[in-house]
Write a protein that binds this ligand. Structure first.
Ligand code: ATP
Length: 339
């Protein structure tokens, strides 16, 4: 199912939660909506779902205008952060719910429903747990049931709103691998809301980055990280050293720090350098190393420029010993934006 979102606007009172949002989602794609709290992610997901109607703009499913169609008519499957399973029903009945409530010829036979439930339990690696109640499952297992329940009705689109938000880091990691596997196995177009950039970059084919109701950039995880189009995206996705400074004659400077800024207009600007893009260079700017801390195969170097700007450098562990005392650094890649 391809989805087109065209100039969608949604206000709550006078506050624009979505401001002329446009987005194309390809059939079978796994797209993450990423942004800080209040940026409009959930509102956009609800507009796509048919749980919220926009004030202006259009939502198209496979070229058909569904802007004001109900959620049921759109055949969307949902998974929310809160488990939202029926407590009084077994896991199997929870998964079968959307099929059980169908009427007439739409309703599959008992045997078909049982088979569908068994297949889904196998898909999310919960075989044999169909007879349990939600209270007898871990948080991660409950979210897998919620995922199976959403998939049982063979939705045209799967929508997930912070589905792993309530789980601890290890379970989150394993569930996002699971979601990717399930997505690849079913091929269902999937949109996933998260404020966790690591989750978005790890899981999604493409990431749409929202800020104050506006999509600032849509791209693959590598594009949004390596080629950010705005200071917001640069600061939000991945780690970055940020410097306030100015551009003069194609060069950005902030105190003793210089970065290339070819083709950019003179004036105030903000410069970003990823910690792994700083390298030792005798022709570079001076930094006093304060601390080196090792994290597995990598090491983080904390330093200060003579005018007191904090610098963070990420290097491989074996390079770390070269970072002692006074060093000189230059950026092999930088992102400079006129302010
Ligand atoms: P979070 O990560 O905190 O869930 P979000 O990016 O999903 O945030 P939304 O829930 O879409 O953000 O909210 C966007 C803005 O719209 C926020 O400022 C929020 O307060 C406002 N908003 C959302 N729903 C309503 C509502 N029903 N009534 C009034 N304001 C709302």
């Amino acid at each position: 199912m391809t989805i087109s979102i065209r100039s969608v606007e949604k206000k709550f009172g006078r506050y624009p939660a979505l401001d002329k949002v446009g987005l194309e989602i390809a059939d079978g794609e796994l797209l993450a909506l990423l942004g800080p709290s209040g940026s409009g992610k959930t509102t956009l997901l609800r507009v796509i779902a048919g749980l919220e109607f926009p004030d202006a703009g259009q939502v198209l499913f496979h070229d058909q205008d569904v802007t004001f169609a109900s959620a049921a008519a759109r055949r969307v499957g949902f998974v929310f952060q809160q488990y939202a399973l029926f407590k009084h029903m077994t896991v199997a009945r929870n998964i079968a719910f959307g099929l059980d409530v169908r009427k007439g010829k739409d309703k599959p036979s008992k045997a078909e429903i049982t088979k569908r439930v068994d297949d889904l339990l196998r898909l999310v690696e919960l075989e044999g747990l169909g007879g349990r109640y939600p209270s007898q499952l871990s948080g991660g297992q409950r979210q897998r049931v919620a995922l199976s329940r959403a998939l049982a009705v063979q939705p045209s689109v799967l929508l997930l709103d912070e589905p792993f938000g309530a789980l601890d880091a290890t379970v989150r990691k394993s569930l996002r691998k699971e979601l990717r596997r399930v997505h690849d196995a079913t091929g269902v177009t999937t949109i996933f809301v998260t404020h966790d950039q690591e989750e978005a970059l790890d899981l999604a084919d493409r990431v749409a980055i929202l800020n104050h109701g506006v999509i600032e950039q849509v791209g693959t995880p590598a594009q949004v990280h390596d080629e950010p189009v705005s200071p917001f995206v640069c600061g939000f996705v991945g780690e970055a050293n940020r410097f306030e400074g100015e551009i003069s004659k194609g060069r950005f400077s902030a105190g003793s720090i210089f970065l290339p800024a070819a083709g950019l207009p003179d004036g105030k600007a903000v410069g970003f350098v990823r910690p792994h893009d700083l390298v030792l260079d005798e022709a570079g700017f001076a930094v006093q190393v304060n601390r080196v801390h090792v994290q597995g195969a990598l090491a983080t170097v904390d330093g200060l420029t003579p005018d007191g700007r904090r610098i963070e450098v990420t290097v491989s562990r074996d390079q770390a010993e070269q970072f002692t005392g006074a060093v000189k650094l230059s950026a092999r890649k930088a992102h400079v934006f006129p302010a």
